[in-house]
Design a protein around this ligand. Structure first.
Ligand SMILES: *Cc1c(COP(=O)(O)O)cnc(C)c1O
Length: 461
C-alpha cells in the first residue's frame, strides 16, 4: 500500500507555547483595537495567519549561522556569502541587501520613474509596491488575466499578465510613458497565484520590443518555481534551481522581501542583472536610506541567515510539503462549502468574502467583517485583502472597489502543523453558519496612506 500522508520534512527542536484567551477577552481586544486585527497584541491571538512574512521558523543551520555573522561595517564576510549565494541562485551580477522588501522598493523605484505620471505595469501590485510607485510619483496599473477574477474556476496560472492588454496599453500610452514593468511572483494580491514561465518570457519579449525594462517582485519566487515544475509541461523534468535561473534570466533586476521564501525574520534584496550604471545609482541611493552597500540595513548575522535561508527555500522536499499543506487547508474549506480562490496559491488560502457575505457591500469591507468574525469565533487571525487595503483614488478621494474581497489566511513557513490547520478550518466553518448575521464596517479614523495598518473601524448599525 502506498503511504499518502505528507508529514513535515523536519522534526521540532524548540517550541513556543501558544494559548487561547476567552471569547469575552477577544471581544474586548477587538473593540480596543478599533476592529482592526493589526492592533491586537500577539498574545491575544491563538493561531496567527496574519502573514507569512518574517514569521517562518529558522532551521538549526540558520540559527547556527547567526553566531558566525560578521558585523564589520564595510566588506562583511556575511555580505559576500549572501552575494555569492545570490549569484549562484539568480544568475544576476549585482546585489545589495535591504532591511526588507519595501526598503528595496524605496531605493529602486525613484531611480526608474523618470517623470511624474509615468506608468508602472504589473500583473498586480502588492500594497507596499503600489505605495512606493505612488510615492515616486508613478501610476501603478494592474493587468492580470481575467481568469484570476473568477475564483471558482481552475486556471493553473492565475498570476499571469494579460498580454493583449499589456501590449495595447503600451501602444495606447506610448512606451515613453511607461517607467518599467514589474512581475509579481507569485502574485500575492490575486491569491498567491503563480505566473507561468511562458508568460514571464512573453512579457519580457513585449518589453524588449518596446525598450521597457522588466523587474521581478520576487518575494515568493521559489513557490512560483514549484508551480511551474508541477503545472508547465516543459518543466516537469527540470530542477527548481534550473527553473529559478530561467525565470530571473528574463528580468533586468528584482526587488525581494527575504521574509518570505528566504525564511528569515527580516531582510530584503535588490538584484541587477547587468546594468552597472543602474547598480551604481542603487548603491548611491542606498546609503542614506538603508545603509552602506555591504549591509543595507541588516546586521551581519541577518545576511548570514539569509544566505542559508535562500538555499533552504528552494529545496524541492520543503516546497512540496509547504504547498501541499496550504492546499490541505484550502481543500478542507472548499469541502465544507467555504468559497475560496481556487486552486489554492503558494503561501495562503484566500477566502472569497464577496461570495460568502453578499449582503455586505465593498465599501463596508466584507472581508474585514469576516476576519473579525473568525477571530471572535476561534482566536485565529487572518487579514483583509480587498477594498479596505485598496484605499481611495489619490486624485478624487473616492473609495475604490477592489476586484477581490479576500480574507487571506497566510501560512507561516515551518511553524504550524496539520492539526493547527484543522482547527482553523473548523473555526471558519463555524463562522459560515452565522455569516448572514455579520455586519459591515466603517472608519472612525482613516490615515491617508496604507490605512489598513493603523486605521480604526466600527460595525455599521
Ligand atoms: C511582502 C512583500 C513585499 C514587501 O516586502 P516587505 O519585506 O514586507 O517590506 C513586496 N512585494 C510582495 C509581493 C510581498 O509579498
Amino acid at each position: 500500500m502506498e503511504i499518502k500522508a505528507n508529514p513535515e520534512p523536519f522534526k521540532i527542536k524548540m517550541v513556543e507555547p501558544i494559548k487561547k484567551i476567552s471569547r469575552k477577552e477577544r471581544e474586548e481586544a477587538l473593540k480596543r483595537g478599533g476592529y482592526n486585527l493589526f492592533a491586537l497584541k500577539s498574545e491575544e491571538v491563538y493561531i496567527d495567519l496574519l502573514t507569512d512574512s518574517g514569521t517562518g521558523a529558522m532551521s538549526d543551520n540558520q540559527w547556527s549561522g547567526l553566531m558566525l555573522g560578521d558585523e564589520s561595517y564595510a566588506g562583511s564576510k556575511s555580505f559576500y556569502h549572501l552575494w555569492e549565494t545570490s549569484r549562484e541562485i539568480f544568475g544576476h551580477n549585482y546585489f545589495v541587501p535591504t532591511h526588507q522588501g519595501r526598503g528595496a522598493e524605496q531605493v529602486l523605484f525613484p531611480l526608474l520613474i523618470k517623470k511624474p505620471g509615468q506608468y508602472v505595469l504589473s500583473n498586480m501590485h502588492f500594497d507596499t509596491t503600489k505605495a512606493h510607485v505612488e510615492l515616486a510619483k508613478g501610476k501603478p496599473v494592474d493587468l492580470v488575466i481575467e481568469e484570476a477574477l473568477d475564483t471558482d474556476t481552475y486556471h493553473p496560472f492565475k498570476g499571469n499578465f494579460d498580454l493583449e492588454k499589456l501590449e495595447s496599453f503600451i501602444l495606447d500610452k506610448g512606451s515613453n510613458s511607461i517607467a518599467f514593468i514589474i512581475i509579481t511572483i507569485t502574485c500575492n494580491s490575486s491569491g498567491g497565484q503563480p505566473v507561468s514561465m511562458q508568460n514571464i518570457r512573453q512579457v519580457s519579449e513585449i518589453a524588449n520590443k518596446y525598450g521597457i525594462r522588466v523587474f521581478l517582485d520576487a518575494a515568493r519566487y521559489a513557490e512560483n518555481a514549484y508551480f511551474i515544475k508541477q503545472r508547465e509541461k516543459e518543466y516537469f523534468e527540470k530542477s527548481i534551481e534550473e527553473i529559478v535561473k530561467e525565470m530571473f534570466s528574463y528580468a533586468d533586476g528584482f526587488t525581494m522581501s527575504a521574509k518570505k521564501d528566504a525564511i528569515v525574520n527580516i531582510g530584503g534584496l535588490i538584484g541587477i542583472k547587468e546594468d552597472e550604471a543602474l547598480f551604481n545609482q542603487v548603491k548611491a541611493a542606498l546609503v542614506p536610506l538603508e545603509g552602506f552597500p555591504t549591509y543595507g540595513g541588516l546586521a551581519g548575522r541577518d545576511m548570514e541567515v539569509m544566505a542559508r535561508g535562500l538555499k533552504e527555500g528552494i529545496q524541492f522536499d520543503y516546497l512540496d510539503y509547504r504547498i501541499k499543506q496550504v492546499k490541505y487547508l484550502g481543500d478542507r474549506l472548499k469541502e465544507g462549502g467555504v468559497p475560496i480562490q481556487y486552486p489554492t496559491g503558494g503561501h495562503a488560502v484566500f477566502v472569497d468574502a464577496k461570495k460568502m457575505l453578499p449582503h455586505i457591500p465593498y465599501y463596508q469591507f466584507p472581508a474585514q467583517a469576516l476576519a473579525n468574525a473568525l477571530y471572535l469565533e476561534s482566536g485565529v487571525r487572518g487579514v483583509e485583502v480587498g477594498s479596505l487595503m485598496m484605499g481611495r483614488d489619490p486624485q478624487t478621494g473616492e473609495q475604490l472597489e477592489s476586484p477581490f474581497e479576500f480574507l487571506r489566511l497566510a501560512i507561516p513557513r515551518r511553524v504550524y502543523t496539520y492539526t493547527h490547520l484543522d482547527y482553523v478550518a473548523e473555526g471558519l466553518l463555524a463562522v459560515k453558519n452565522i455569516s448572514n448575521s455579520l455586519k459591515g464596517l466603517e472608519f472612525t479614523y482613516e490615515p491617508e496612506i496604507l490605512r489598513h495598518f493603523t486605521g480604526r473601524l466600527k460595525p455599521v448599525e
